[in-house]
Design a protein around this ligand. Structure first.
Ligand code: MTE
Ligand code: MO
Length: 373
């Protein structure tokens, strides 16, 4: 069993697949704290968790002109200033179950919990690239490619890439992280070293990082080339051509209701609605609207948590609304939708954004509850 060496996990997680391990926290726990506890942070593994001996671990960085660097963990910690960033990671497949209600899609059945926020600590990727001899600016199109220590049956590693400009930008805060919420990176989250690309789909934040290389083309990995791309609802498995769509990088604006849960019985007097909201590319959430009547009338929720730097809002906003329950209502359809700093909004329904892989599922989140009498 190639998964026999996987680490122990928190029993409270909702498991989507055991081998490889994919799990999310129960939605109501997700917004209990601004930083998601490490043991409750969703896990998205494509392959078995590699066993890494920290003493002999080396990160390989391919430098310009065929020169290369090999860095131990203690070199990564001592040669580069430690930088900390609070950033949300979201899987492209978060909220996929809602998309599969429209029509079946291929992929793990994530509810709303394939998202989490942590304070990541590590070396800036920028500092490591400059140390390896790269310049701040490079003419033409370049990508920074990452490889993990997890390899498939054919020996191909998990891999992904981001544009060079993001990798070297001091404002983009891309990290080679060895800490998560002040602790050593847990094995499921990439021990001993992972990439964290704030504002970008989780798939690019490569765990168990073994190699960094600069290339004129994107990562050749399956997950960069033939997965994690969005398509029109008219594209099916007979017509899909992965070369025609760009790889997902920055994610669109998103929000979801974590409390109450679908089917719950809520009190007849007053109701507290809670949830999260986030947008890609560092775009801050400027507003969350909540409806109790399926979207006919709206109220503005109160944003809680840390105030972001506009344009570098890497972490989610949590939000809350206390509302009187409309007199006589027996059922409520609670809806939320977020607005980001570019005034991007979420689509109201799922069908027009349906796609065969069930990615980018960010329609208004709807939760039906009954009112207890
Ligand atoms: N890195 C490696 N090496 N192997 C993986 O399977 N999964 C990716 C990314 N990095 C993956 C990886 C995907 S799709 C996501 S959403 C995030 O890791 C999830 O990070 P987490 O498990 O720490 O939440
Ligand atoms: Mo993902």
């Amino acid at each position: 069993d190639p998964f026999a060496g996987d680490p122990p996990r928190h029993p409270g997680l909702r498991v989507n697949s055991q081998k490889p391990f994919n799990a999310e926290p129960p939605a109501e726990l997700l917004t209990e704290s601004f930083l998601t506890p490490n043991e409750l942070f969703f896990t998205r593994n494509h392959l078995p968790v590699p066993a890494v001996e920290p003493g002999s671990y080396r990160l390989r960085v391919e430098g310009p002109g065929g020169r290369g660097l090999s860095l131990s963990l203690s070199e990564l910690r001592s040669r580069f200033p430690k930088h900390e960033v609070t950033a949300t990671l979201q899987c492209a497949g978060n909220r996929r179950t809602e998309m599969s209600l429209v029509r079946p899609v291929k992929g793990l059945a994530w509810d709303i919990g394939a998202i989490g926020t942590a304070r990541w600590g590590g070396a800036r990727l920028r500092d490591v690239l400059l140390h390896a001899g790269f310049e701040e600016r490079r003419e033409g199109e370049w990508h920074v490619c990452f490889e993990g220590l997890d390899v498939d049956a054919g020996g191909a590693p998990y891999g992904a890439s981001i544009p060079y400009g993001r990798a070297v930008s001091p404002l983009a805060d891309v990290l080679l992280a060895y800490e998560m919420n002040g602790q050593e990176l847990p094995r499921d989250h990439g021990f001993p070293l992972r990439v964290v690309v704030p504002g970008v789909v989780g798939a690019r934040s490569v765990k168990w990082l073994r190699r960094v290389a600069v290339s004129p083309t994107e990562s050749p990995s399956h997950w960069q080339q033939n997965d994690y791309k969005g398509f029109s609802p008219c594209v099916d498995w007979d017509t899909v051509d992965y070369r025609t769509a760009p790889a997902i990088q920055e994610l669109p604006v998103q929000s979801a209701i974590t409390h109450p849960r679908p089917g719950a019985a809520v009190p007849a007097d007053e109701l507290t609605v809670k949830g999260y909201a986030w947008s890609g590319g560092g775009r801050e959430v400027v507003r969350v609207d909540v409806s109790l009547d399926g979207g006919r009338t709206w109220q503005v929720a109160r944003l809680t948590g840390e105030r972001p730097v506009p344009g570098r809002a890497w972490a989610w906003a949590l939000w809350e609304l206390q509302v009187p329950v409309p007199a006589g209502a027996a059922e409520l359809e609670i809806v939320c939708k977020a607005v980001d700093g570019s005034y991007n909004v979420q689509p109201d329904t799922v069908a027009p954004i349906w796609n065969l892989r069930g990615v980018l599922s960010n329609a208004w989140h709807r939760v039906r509850v009954t009112v207890s009498r």
